[in-house]
Design a protein around this ligand. Structure first.
Ligand code: SF4
Length: 132
């Protein structure tokens, strides 16, 4: 199944936050923690004009949003949520939907989410996740 087919199947079966894609979450934030959204309380975009994050990816507003994401304290959780729940639109964790697509394809091959997050964000941005 292609990434597009997986995402479309998700759309048919339920809301984004009710349907986590089948990723290896070893060492990554849990689907429950990502879905409950408490991490958004510390988001840099909180209280700002969200249209920046959903503007055309090549626009000045979108580039401004991406720059703000780079210093966001919850960037890891945001990117993880955007990937895990197959968000098709907007900037999540500083990446546009176009940039996230190849990551989702990689995750669907079984590469752990924690590995992809580390590759994209660098180890220094990662919050240590304790083993359950
Ligand atoms: S990484 Fe960007 S989109 Fe995500 S919570 Fe932070 S500022 Fe908002």
């Amino acid at each position: 199944m292609t990434t597009t087919q997986v995402l479309r199947a998700g759309r048919r079966t339920g809301p984004a936050y009710g349907l986590a894609l089948p990723f290896d979450l070893t060492g990554a934030p849990s689907a429950r923690d990502l879905a409950n959204g408490d991490w958004r309380l510390d988001a840099t975009c909180r209280g700002r004009d969200h249209e920046w994050w959903f503007a055309k990816p090549t626009s000045a507003r979108s580039r401004r949003a991406v720059r703000l994401c780079e210093a966001c304290p919850v960037r890891q959780q945001c990117l993880a949520a955007g990937l895990l729940f197959g968000e098709e639109f907007g900037v999540w964790g500083g990446l546009t939907h176009i940039q996230r697509r190849p990551l989702i394809a990689r995750l669907l091959t079984g590469v752990p989410l924690a590995t992809v997050l580390a590759t994209v964000l660098g180890e220094q941005h990662l919050v240590k996740v304790e083993a359950a």
